[in-house]
Design a protein around this ligand. Structure first.
Ligand code: F6P
Length: 458
């Protein structure tokens, strides 16, 4: 069996037990644990100058080869082109794009540096799987260094429609670069379609049939691989952590009140302001909910030196203060707003304790919180998921209460419906969603992608 080499911008610190924010790290840790292999990328640290020799560590069957990023690269590649240009545009938010020419240069420079550091580690039979928007030029860079291995790419975030994409400086080059992979994986059919249309219109790639393309004499494939979760493992963790002191204390404090939970990176794509406003609308328009409902919103700080993120943080603090100031009583604070990252285990216990999971991004590639919330529920007495119809997960989780994340009154009504839902209906919806999650769990996601990339079964 070929060795799997996974490449992603962020690689978690092996064995540190540090909480990980973001779906990518969670999905890849689960996928690599299953078959072992090498994981290459940024270790999350900064260095004085560029480093090209990765540090290698072995942990639980996975080899980690990681590098720090030099400060100018962190600023202009990670905060700049990746997160102030690609991220907003790919989430259909042109207003948040902050393009500077040096960002584009740093993006190419860091991808070249990654290729320099990775190429010597690659063996002839390896199969490479590159992840996410930071590394779209990597196949081209590796090819230029003589690497002929199969290379696949998976995009964890949405792919924008062509009319949005073409506002982004550098988009033609990115499309050219993506066409150098052997297989491109997307979360949803919409994303796949948007890529194929863009590649056809912007650079003349030929789409022979959906999923079969050719550009500059290089045939390559595209496919839809919605990322999944480790369903049974999550259910076990949730049942176990529900009984830990931390979660017990929280539940005792809640008494008979209904807990609603939201867990997100603090990001403008997550619809947190609209969610807070919807909670306020719930308390205003459904007065019987006052005193009986608590929203716990965990928002892990992320990319905080980008002004869009820092401004959002301030606005959320203002809104949280306003909601609690307006509605709290001597023995009840409606909104618990926690601006930090928690261990995954505790979060799974909180999901299980909650009556409602609120996942209302304005746009999201998949959103694994939605899937985790469903997987962690008690099947005999499950909570209800209120889900944005603009999250990739909405294509699969059709038995959630689906809402438009910009429509505050619709979210409030959806939450009220969730809180009032009778047990038989909750069970029916939960069971239907569990069937979907089981059919396409994290193992199936990995296996389908790697099968299509041409690897023998693990
Ligand atoms: O899953 C989407 C994603 O953007 C990943 O690419 C990323 O690693 C994660 O969320 C967390 O973001 P960051 O690495 O910028 O902290």
């Amino acid at each position: 069996m070929s060795r799997l080499v996974v490449v992603s911008n962020r690689v978690p610190n092996p064995g540190s037990g540090q909480p990980q924010a973001g779906g990518l790290a969670v999905a890849l840790t689960d996928a690599l644990k299953r078959r072992g292999g090498l994981w290459f990328g940024w270790n999350g640290q900064l260095s004085q100058s560029a480093v090209t020799r990765p540090r290698v560590a072995h942990h639980e069957g996975i080899d980690y080869a990681t590098l720090p990023l030099a400060k100018p690269d962190y600023d202009d590649f990670y905060l700049g082109y990746a997160n102030a240009v690609i991220w907003p545009v790919f989430h259909f938010n042109l207003g948040a794009m902050d393009y500077q020419r040096r960002y584009g240069e740093a993006y190419r420079r860091v991808n070249a540096l990654f290729a320099d550091a990775l190429a010597p580690l690659i063996e002839p039979d390896d199969i490479l799987w590159v992840h996410d928007y930071h590394l779209m030029p990597l196949a081209r860079e590796l090819r230029e260094r003589g690497i002929g291995n199969r290379i696949g790419f998976f995009l964890h975030i949405p792919f924008p429609d062509y009319d949005v994409l073409r506002a982004m400086p550098g988009h033609r080059q990115l499309l050219e670069d993506l066409c150098r992979f052997d297989l491109l994986g997307f979360q949803t059919r919409n994303d796949q379609h948007a890529f194929e249309e863009s590649a056809g219109r912007a650079i003349g790639a030929l789409v022979h049939a959906p999923g079969a393309l050719r550009h500059r004499n290089h045939p390559f494939g595209t496919g839809v691989y919605p990322v999944g979760v480790a369903v049974d493992e999550l259910a076990r963790t949730a049942a176990r952590t529900l009984t830990t002191n931390r979660v017990r204390r929280l539940l005792n404090g809640l008494g008979e009140r209904d807990l609603m939970i939201g867990v997100d990176r603090l990001d403008y794509s997550k619809g947190l302001e609209q969610r807070f406003r919807a909670f306020e609308a719930l308390l205003e328009d459904y007065p019987h909910r006052r005193g009986h409902t608590v929203l716990m919103q965990i928002a892990s700080p992320s990319r905080s030196s980008i002004s869009e993120y820092a401004d959002l943080r301030q606005r959320l603090e203002g809104l949280a203060g306003h909601i609690n100031g307006t509605y709290a009583d001597l023995d009840w604070a409606p909104l618990h707003y926690l601006n930090r990252t928690f261990a995954r285990g505790s979060i799974m216990g909180l999901y299980r304790a909650a009556r409602v999971g609120l996942v209302t991004p304005l746009r999201d590639g998949m959103n694994l919180v939605a899937k985790e919330f469903v997987a962690t529920q008690d099947p005999d007495n499950p909570g209800v998921l209120v889900l944005s119809e603009l999250a990739g997960a909405a294509a699969e989780l059709t038995d959630a209460i689906r809402v438009n994340p910009y429509d505050i009154d619709a979210i409030a009504a959806g939450v009220n419906q969730a809180l009032a839902m009778p047990l038989p209906e909750r069970r029916r919806r939960h069971e239907a969603m569990m069937t979907t999650l089981r059919e396409n769990d994290i193992g199936a996601w990995e296996q389908r992608f790697l099968d299509d990339l041409g690897v023998a079964r693990a």
